[in-house]
Design a binder for this molecule. Structure first.
Ligand SMILES: Cc1cc2nc3c(=O)[nH]c(=O)nc-3n(C[C@H](O)[C@H](O)[C@H](O)COP(=O)(O)OP(=O)(O)OC[C@H]3O[C@@H](n4cnc5c(N)ncnc54)[C@H](O)[C@@H]3O)c2cc1C
Length: 306
């Protein structure tokens, strides 16, 4: 029977949480990782990863997630599934609430990551009916169809390239006249006949009877609006931190990412944050796992000292 009092609670089971869990349980801390959906986090919706060291041929997101989970499990990391809705982080004993269950611990690491940002142009009613944030999950539904993709960063370009395996055309809408993505991804996208760049444009709406049929885009320089006939709209315009459940418990930056120092220590002693949920200049798997290794060691030192 698992205890409900632990040395350490880790909230969130993406790459950051699984890494912190592996380090902490290997250090023989009695550790539980709490995950609300499924371990793996955002990499579960990532088709192909080619910038995580150790996999020169690249690796699929779900495969990398399986490997991280398997490695974390080797050292007796414990798991609880459910959404953390409430936290009490001040004082020597921290507590978190999942439904009617309360877990307590000497220290907490928050690795709740981030979720995709919405366009706020009425796309909510087309969720599951043409609007998607995940090419890996939904790309195959668009075989020989035309789709719109939105964004200009690494994720938007990499995932648009993946969509070209299925779709006959991908109109990639970007609000500037050049992409932000890594140069190698830009080169691939611009050389791909199936990708049509819609520069200087934003999506202003979408319509359709039973699902997406048209996506309206506005050129921000001319204000001209055009309807693109498309069966799907994939949105990759950035992320929002999963920090609502924390209320005002911790110091955050202006976008509500958690402020943590070089040891991943937050504004409350014994509470650490790592990965995409942290205020940081780069949000990638490599940075998430690096930061969470530091967070686990910092938590270990904190627990030893208390
Ligand atoms: C489509 C896509 C493609 C990407 N491609 C790459 C790439 O090629 N290379 C790369 O390095 N990075 C890539 N990234 C970014 C990378 O996936 C993230 O940087 C990384 O997953 C961050 O890990 P994390 O553990 O901090 O957060 P996440 O992966 O977001 O995991 C957070 C976890 O916490 C859980 N959680 C949230 N709130 C709660 C709660 N209240 N209670 C319990 N659990 C909770 C979530 O369910 C989730 O499982 C990509 C991201 C996306 C979306």
């Amino acid at each position: 029977m698992a205890e409900t009092h632990y040395d350490l609670i880790i909230i969130g089971g993406g790459p950051a949480g699984l890494t912190a869990g592996m380090y902490a349980s290997r250090a023989r801390l009695n550790t539980v990782l709490v995950e609300k959906v499924a371990t793996g986090g955002q990499i579960l919706i990532t088709d192909w990863i080619e910038n995580y060291p150790g996999f020169p041929e690249g690796i699929s997101g779900p495969d990398l997630s399986d490997k991280m989970l398997e490695q974390a499990r080797q050292f007796d990391l414990q798991f609880e599934y459910g959404e953390v809705e409430k936290v009490e982080l001040e004082g020597a004993v921290k507590s978190i609430t999942i439904g009617d269950k309360v877990l307590t611990a000497k220290a907490v690491i928050i690795t709740t990551g981030a979720s995709p940002r919405s366009l706020h142009v009425g796309e909510e009613k087309f969720h599951g009916k043409g609007v998607s944030y995940c090419a890996t999950c939904d790309g195959p539904f668009y075989k020989d169809k035309t789709v719109v993709a939105v964004g200009g960063g690494d994720t938007a370009v990499q995932e648009s390239l993946y969509l070209t395996k299925f779709a006959k055309k991908v109109h990639l809408v970007h609000r500037r006249d050049q992409l932000r993505a890594a140069k190698i991804l830009q080169e691939r996208a611009l050389a791909n006949d199936k990708i049509d760049m819609v520069w200087d444009s934003v999506v202003t709406g979408m319509d359709g009877l039973f699902g997406v049929e048209n996506v309206t885009v506005k050129n921000v320089k001319t204000n001209e609006e055009t309807k693109i006939a498309a069966a799907g709209c994939f949105i990759w315009i950035g992320i929002l931190p999963n920090t609502d459940f924390l209320g005002n418990a911790l110091e955050m930056d202006e976008w509500n990412f958690i402020k943590a120092d070089a040891n991943m220590a937050t504004s409350i002693p014994g509470v650490f944050a790592a990965g995409d949920v942290r205020s940081t200049p780069l949000r990638q798997i490599a940075t998430a796992v690096g930061d969470s290794a530091i967070a686990a060691i910092s938590a270990e030192h904190y627990i030893e000292g208390h």
